[in-house]
Design a protein around this ligand. Structure first.
Ligand code: ATP
Ligand code: MG
Length: 392
């Protein structure tokens, strides 16, 4: 079957009036972004309060559907056959052959649902339903009508052209990127943070990201891996402004001055501070991490509280109640897993203590940080030398 368009279905709750335009415009923008590397030419338009993707001949169907599945805000993707209006007999023929081709030799129940936006059409919707239903029954022996719970709803939309569709491919749901501001993701090379970014982006939040590396203790390959992960998340989230912070001097300094069992927690506090600096500067409304309660020493309830104490922006931790295997499932679904498990060194593990504190007290940590007289300068330098790139 050759499909000429896709009707894009989106959840309509709470998107009335002005919001509706914002929602649809963001959806169209994101569809355009998702299709930019897909073989073929596409016209994306809003007509009669609906969003369509018209495809030029020769486009790649599978690739197009896959790309549309990455667009948040889409709940269903309906492949459409478009016909010229060449009279009702011709429409009947086309509909009968559509049903035969879509559902070969099937025992199924169906219902025709015609809608006329072209009011000059010489038949009413009811008449179209009845006549097309009859034509299908007359040709396909296994098919029966069920107007209440049909297996197949055949939609026939009569406008300048006629649109036929009956399949709904599930979309990813969520809200279009850009309808809910932006947030700063702390992106490491691990499994969790790309998933965390994906989950917040799914609610319509555009992403920026910050990655801390520690050359020469971490390699160029480790950085490339993070860029790859950002690129994969960007397939869903749109372009991501990625800040790569050189964290080496700060880490070495903390290592020199602070009790080793507190290294990780102090280091995490400085990561949050620096990421927040970029977040505030760019107008992000929150920060995102891949933390989950109790996963490691730096993610106990006490550690999270101590880390959180340096932040003024809200910190979103969408994986907070997830087990590792639940996170891995999502990582596999969004295709970040294989990259995340590549074995490159992580800046956090390099100076890690054998027995890190699991119940840090804020007052003690703040006391230890008093020994870091030069840290302000080092943070300033780290910020000034940060490399910024757009990943898409
Ligand atoms: P992940 O799989 O996301 O790396 P993790 O289980 O390794 O998480 P931690 O290393 O404790 O856990 O990191 C917790 C969170 O802190 C990460 O999810 C991420 O948001 C942030 N983070 C850790 N290391 C870095 C880094 N080098 N650069 C940026 N953010 C980081
Ligand atoms: Mg990690």
């Amino acid at each position: 079957m050759e499909f000429h368009s896709f009707l894009i279905k989106y959840g309509e709750i709470g998107i009335k009036g002005k919001n509706r335009f914002m929602f649809e415009d963001a959806l169209v923008r994101q569809i355009r972004f998702a299709l930019k590397n897909v073989e073929g030419k596409f016209l994306i338009h809003k007509t009669y309060g609906r969003v369509y993707v018209d495809c030029e001949e020769g486009y790649d169907y599978e690739e197009t559907v896959e790309a549309l599945k990455t667009v948040f805000g889409i709940v269903g993707i309906c492949p459409v056959v478009r016909l010229q209006d060449e009279g009702f007999e011709e429409l009947k023929r086309a509909v009968v052959s559509y049903m035969g081709e879509m559902y070969p030799n099937k025992e199924l129940t169906f219902k025709v649902e015609a809608r006329r936006s072209k009011k000059t059409y010489p038949m009413t919707s009811m008449e179209i339903n009845a006549a097309l239903g009859e034509a299908i029954l007359g040709t396909h022996a296994g098919m029966k009508v069920d107007v209440h719970k049909p297996d197949v709803r055949l939609n026939v939309e009569v406008r300048e052209e006629i649109y036929l569709y009956s399949e709904i491919i599930p979309g990813s749901g969520g809200m279009p990127i850009g309808t809910n501001g932006s947030a700063m993701l702390l992106l490491s090379g691990g499994i969790d943070s790309p998933v965390a970014g994906y989950m917040i982006a799914k609610r319509g939040v555009a992403l920026e990201a910050t990655y801390f590396h520690a050359p020469p203790y971490t390699s160029e390959r480790a950085k490339e891996k993070v860029v790859d992960l950002a690129r994969q998340v960007a397939k869903y989230a749109g372009p991501i402004k990625l800040h790569v912070v050189n964290f080496t001097d700060i880490q070495l300094y903390i290592y020199e001055k602070c009790p080793h069992e507190e290294l990780t927690i102090i280091m995490r506090r400085y990561m949050m501070k620096i990421a927040e600096h970029f977040a505030v500067k760019d107008g992000c409304l929150g920060m995102i991490t891949g933390e989950s309660i109790g996963q490691v020493a730096s993610q106990t309830m006490q550690s999270l509280a101590v880390t959180n104490a340096v932040c003024t922006l809200p910190v979103y931790r969408p994986l907070i109640g997830f087990d590792k295997r639940d996170i891995v499932d999502i990582a596999e679904k969004i295709d970040t897993y294989e990259t995340s498990i590549l074995p490159f060194e992580d800046c956090c593990t390099i100076f890690v203590a054998k027995h890190p504190v699991t119940r840090p007290e804020l007052a003690r940590i703040e006391e230890s940080e008093k020994h870091l007289e030069k840290i302000g300068e080092l943070v300033k330098t780290a910020i000034e030398t940060t490399e910024v790139m757009e990943v898409k």
